[in-house]
Design a protein around this ligand. Structure first.
Ligand code: 26Q
Length: 809
C-alpha cells in the first residue's frame, strides 16, 4: 500500500500501486496498457485493490479462528449493496492512491466508478439495512457472515414510458463481477418434497428433488480496513446438469429440466416489499438459502469445536424478518435427525442461538404459507413445526390462556384455509425478538405480538435502526465531510457521535456559509444530472424538496402530490405573493402488481408535465420524477436535498432509514410522528424538524370510531379543489377518468388518512417556506440536524445488537 511520492523533479515515477494495476492489467486481464479500454482499467483497478483486501480478509479469518471467537450470522433474503469500489477504497484509505495511479494514465476515478453496476439484491429499507449492518459489523471488528441469495436478476430497472413505469430486467452480472469468489468446495445438497420414513428410533427424510447450493463470497471491508468479513451468497446448480438418456431420446428440453429448476431458484428477486406473493418459488428460495446457511454454520461449528451443544456460545444467528424463519425447524432437524440430540435439548440450543427482527406490522406483509404447500415441499419441517406447536400451546394453556389466545399464539392459523405463520414460528424459536424503532417496538407488543408478548414478556426489545456514516456521509458527500473536518477535526470519522461538536457552531455565520456553499454545489451537480438525463432545468437556489423511497400507499406520495397540486393552484391564483421557489423531486419503484402505486407514478409524471410547461408559475414550481431510483441515485440526491419528506401514516412506517440519511446531510425533515422520525425529533430538537398530522394513537382511534373523509374534504377548500382537479382529469386530459378511482378511494375510506392530515401538512409546508426566507435560521437548523443524528449510525445499532442480543461485545 506504500505510495512513492517520487523525487522532487518533474519526472513522476509510477507508484507501487500503479505498478500493481499494470501487472494485473497484463497478467490477469491480458491487455497491454496502450490498448486497454476503460472497462479493462475498471477491472484492473478493482482486482488490484482486491489483492490488498484479500490480505486483510485472510488475516481477519485467521484471527477469528485463533481467538476461537463467537461469530455472528446475519440471514437475509436481501442485501441492497449498491456499488463497492468507492466504499472499499475509502475504507481501505486508498482513494488518493487510486486517483493518482489512474491519473498517471490519464484516467479519472469517477469515470471508472460509473462503470460499476449497482448490486441491487434487495427491494428497499430491509435490504439496505442489511448492507449497512454488514459494513458496521466489520467496522466494529465483529466476526460476521452475511448469508443470502446471489440473484442473477436483482431489483428490476425502472423505465418511465409516457409517464408509466415499465420494468426491465437488470443484468448486473453481464460483465462478470470482480468482487466475488466462487467456493466450489462449500456446497450443500438442498432437498425438496418427498417423504419422511421411520428409521429405528428416528426418521429419515427422502427428498424427491435435490439441488446444490454453492457459496459465492464477497469481502466486506470495515472502516480503516481493520476487519474484512464475508458476505456469502448462495448460487444453485443441478446435481445432474443433463439427463443424457432423455437427450439422446430426442427430448432436448426435458433433458435440461434440472438445470432450469436449479437456475430458477436464484434467478430473480421478488420485487415486492410487502403483500407477499405467496408463490411456491418464493418458499423454495427461502428454504434454499436458509438451509444452505444453517448447514454451513453447523458444519463450521463441528469442524472447529467438535461439540454441537456449544453452538450458542459460538454462533449467533439473526433472522432479518421472517423470510428465513424456516431456520428454526431446519436447525431443529439437523440437531435431532443428524446430530441425534433429544428434542428438548435441541429446542434450548435453537432458541439460544437464534434471534429475530421484525420490520413491519402491516397485516398483508406478515408472511404465512398454505399448510398443504408447506407440507408437500418440506414434510419433515412440517412435523417439527407441529411438535414445536404442541409444546408452545401446552405452555400457553399452563399459563392460563383461553381458547382465543391459544388460537392467536398457534403457529398454524386455523381461521380459514390453514396456514403456517412465519412470524409466530420466528418468535417462539428465538430468544430475542426486536423491532426497529421505539414506537414500532411498542406497537409490536400491543398489536401483532400481543399474546406472544404476554406469554414471553422479556423477549421483545428495541433496536432503533441506523445507517453507515461512511457511505451516507463521507463517500456520498465529500464536500460536507471536508467542511466538518475543518471545523471540528476528524474524530467524527471514527465516531459519528462526535458530530455533536458542531452544535456550538450552529449560529456561526462563517460555518453556516460553508455549509450553504457545499449544499449549493451538490444541488448544482444534481441539477446537471437531471438536465442531462431528463432535459428538465432546475434552479439550484430553489428549495429542493425530496421524497425518494418505494412507492406505497402508506408512505403517502399521494399526499405530497395533492399538496403539490394545491400549491400550483395557489401560485396561479396569487402570483403577486412572494412564493418560495420549490423543486419537488420524487423517485421510487412500485411493485409490478401494485396497481395504485403504479398509478401514483403516472400521476407524478402527469403533474410534472403540466406544471413544468406552465409559464404562469414562472419557474416557482418544478416537479420531477427521477426514473430508476436506486442506491447510487440516493447517493447523488440526498446530499442535494434541503427538505426530506417522511410523511407516512403514523404507526405504519416501522422505522425508515432514509430519514436518517437526509438529516445527516443537512436536510430538514417534514414528517409525521412515525417510526424513527420520533427519535430524530427527540435528538435534533422540536425547533429543528417540522412535525404535522395525526399521531399513531389518533389514527387508531379514528379507524376504530368511524372516520368520515368526505366531511373532512368538504370542510377544506384547498383540498377539495385539488382532489377535484386530479379526479376530473385536469392532469390527464388524454384520459380524464384515469384518477377517478384513486381519488375516489380518499373520499370513500381514506385508509391512509390523506384527507385527515392534509390541512396540517399544507400548513407545515407554508411554515417551511417562511423558514426558508430566513437563511441564517435555516442553516442553523440544518447544522443542528447534522450535529445531532450521529446516534443513528449503524455502528451504534450494531453495538446494541452485539451487547444485548448476540453477547459478542
Ligand atoms: C415477503 C414475502 C413474499 C414476498 C415479499 C416479501 C417481502 C419482501 C420485502 C416483505 C417485506 C419486505 C421488505 C420490508 C421492508 O423493507 N421493511 C422496511 O424495513 C426497514 C428497515 O428496518 C424499515 O426502516 C422500514 O420502515 C420498513 O418498511
Amino acid at each position: 500500500m506504500a505510495s512513492d511520492s517520487g523525487p522532487a523533479s518533474h519526472i513522476v515515477l509510477p507508484s507501487e500501486f500503479d505498478r500493481h494495476i499494470i501487472r494485473v492489467l497484463r497478467h490477469r486481464i491480458g491487455k497491454d496498457e496502450r490498448a486497454a479500454k476503460l472497462h479493462d482499467w475498471y477491472n484492473a483497478s478493482i482486482f488490484a485493490l482486491r489483492d490488498e483486501i484479500i490480505d486483510r480478509w485472510i488475516a481477519s479469518t485467521r484471527r477469528t479462528h485463533d481467538e476461537n471467537a463467537k461469530r455472528v450470522y446475519y440471514l437475509s433474503m436481501e442485501f441492497l449493496i449498491g456499488r463497492l469500489l468507492r466504499d472499499a477504497l475509502s475504507n481501505m484509505g486508498m482513494t488518493a492512491e487510486m486517483e493518482q495511479a489512474l491519473a498517471a494514465h490519464g484516467l479519472d476515478l469517477s469515470a471508472i466508478e460509473e462503470l460499476e453496476p449497482d448490486a441491487a439484491l434487495g427491494n428497499g429499507g430491509l435490504g439496505r439495512l442489511a448492507a449497512c449492518f454488514m459494513e458496521s459489523l466489520a467496522t466494529l471488528d465483529i466476526p460476521a457472515y452475511g448469508y443470502g441469495i446471489r440473484y442473477v436478476n436483482g431489483m428490476f430497472r425502472q423505465r418511465i414510458d409516457d409517464g408509466w413505469q415499465v420494468e426491465l430486467p437488470e443484468t448486473w452480472l453481464a460483465h462478470g463481477n470482480p468482487w466475488e469468489f466462487e467456493r466450489l468446495e462449500s456446497s450443500y445438497r438442498i432437498g425438496f418434497g418427498g417423504e419422511v420414513v421411520a428409521d429405528g428410533e428416528g426418521v429419515i427424510w427422502n427428498p424427491a428433488e435435490q439441488v446444490e447450493a454453492i457459496a459465492v463470497d464477497t469481502p466486506v471491508v470495515g472502516w480503516r480496513g481493520r476487519r474484512v468479513n464475508t458476505l456469502r451468497l448462495w448460487s444453485a446448480s443441478p446435481l445432474d446438469p443433463i439427463q443424457l438418456d432423455a437427450f439422446n431420446a430426442g427430448d432436448h428440453f426435458g433433458a435440461l429440466a434440472e438445470q432450469v429448476r436449479a437456475e430458477s431458484l436464484v434467478r430473480v428477486l421478488y420485487p415486492a416489499d410487502s403483500s407477499p406473493a405467496g408463490q411456491e418459488l418464493r418458499l423454495r428460495q427461502e428454504y434454499f438459502f436458509t438451509a444452505a446457511s444453517i448447514q454451513d454454520i453447523v458444519r463450521r461449528h463441528i469442524q472447529y469445536d467438535g461439540d454441537i451443544r456449544t453452538l450458542p456460545e459460538k454462533a449467533a444467528i439473526q433472522l432479518n424478518d421472517t423470510h428465513p424463519s424456516v431456520a428454526v425447524p431446519e436447525l431443529m432437524r439437523l440437531l435431532v435427525d443428524a446430530q441425534g440430540l433429544e428434542f428438548n435439548d435441541a429446542w434450548e440450543i435453537c432458541k439460544q442461538t437464534i434471534s429475530y427482527t421484525n420490520h413491519t406490522l402491516l397485516p398483508e406483509a406478515l408472511e404465512t404459507w398454505p399448510l398443504p404447500l408447506f407440507e408437500r415441499l418440506l414434510p419433515r419441517h412440517m412435523q417439527i413445526i407441529y411438535a414445536i406447536n404442541s409444546r408452545i400451546l401446552r405452555e400457553a394453556r399452563k399459563a392460563g390462556c383461553d381458547a382465543e389466545r391459544i388460537a392467536a399464539i398457534s403457529l398454524i392459523d386455523e381461521s380459514g384455509e390453514r396456514r403456517v405463520r412465519m412470524a409466530n414460528l420466528a418468535f417462539v424459536g428465538a430468544h430475542s425478538v426486536n423491532g426497529v424503532a421505539a414506537l414500532h417496538t411498542e406497537l409490536m407488543k400491543e398489536t401483532v405480538f400481543a399474546d406472544l408478548h404476554q406469554l414471553y414478556p422479556t423477549r421483545i426489545n428495541n433496536k432503533t435502526n441506523g445507517v453507515t456514516p461512511r457511505r451516507w456521509l463521507q463517500q456520498c458527500n465529500p464536500g460536507l465531510t471536508d467542511v466538518i473536518r475543518d471545523a471540528i477535526g476528524d474524530a467524527f470519522l471514527n465516531d459519528a457521535g462526535k458530530l455533536s461538536d458542531l452544535n456550538v457552531l450552529a449560529d456561526d455565520p462563517q460555518f453556516g456559509e460553508h455549509i450553504a456553499e457545499v449544499k449549493r454545489a451538490n444541488k448544482v451537480v444534481l441539477a446537471d444530472y437531471i438536465r442531462k438525463t431528463m432535459g428538465v432545468r432546475l434552479d439550484p437556489d430553489a428549495l429542493f424538496d425530496v421524497q425518494i423511497k418505494r412507492i406505497h400507499e402508506y408512505k403517502r406520495q399521494l399526499l405530497n402530490l395533492i399538496e403539490t397540486v394545491a400549491l400550483y393552484d395557489q401560485i396561479r391564483s396569487h402570483p403577486e405573493r412572494d412564493w418560495v421557489p420549490r423543486v419537488k423531486i420524487f423517485g421510487g419503484k412500485a411493485a409490478s402488481s401494485y396497481h395504485n402505486a403504479k398509478l401514483v407514478i403516472k400521476l407524478a409524471n402527469d403533474i410534472a408535465r403540466r406544471v413544468n410547461s406552465d409559464p404562469s408559475v414562472g419557474g416557482l414550481l418544478k416537479v420531477v420524477f427521477v426514473p430508476n431510483y436506486n442506491v447510487s441515485l440516493a447517493e447523488r440526491i440526498i446530499p442535494a436535498a434541503d427538505l426530506s419528506e417522511q410523511i407516512s401514516t403514523a404507526g405504519m412506517e416501522a422505522s425508515g432509514t432514509g430519514n436518517m440519511k437526509f438529516a445527516l446531510n443537512g436536510a430538514l425533515t417534514i414528517g409525521t410522528l412515525d417510526g424513527a422520525n420520533i427519535e430524530i425529533k427527540d435528538r435534533v430538537g422540536d425547533e429543528n424538524i417540522v412535525i404535522f398530522g395525526l399521531t399513531a394513537d389518533e389514527v387508531a382511534e379514528k379507524r376504530a370510531n368511524g372516520y368520515d373523509p368526505r366531511a373532512v374534504i368538504e370542510s377544506s377548500r384547498e383540498l377539495s379543489q385539488a382532489l377535484s382537479a386530479v379526479a376530473s382529469g385536469v392532469f390527464s386530459p388524454d384520459d380524464p377518468h384515469r384518477y377517478a378511482g384513486l381519488i375516489g378511494g380518499i373520499y370513500d375510506h381514506d385508509w391512509f388518512m390523506c384527507a385527515a392530515d392534509f390541512d396540517s401538512y399544507a400548513a407545515a409546508q407554508r411554515a417551511i417556506d417562511a423558514r426558508w426566507e430566513d437563511k441564517a435560521a435555516w442553516r442553523a437548523a440544518a447544522i443542528r440536524n447534522i450535529a445531532n443524528v450521529g446516534w443513528f449510525s449503524s455502528d451504534r445499532t450494531i453495538a446494541e445488537y452485539a451487547r444485548d442480543i448476540w453477547k459478542v461485545l
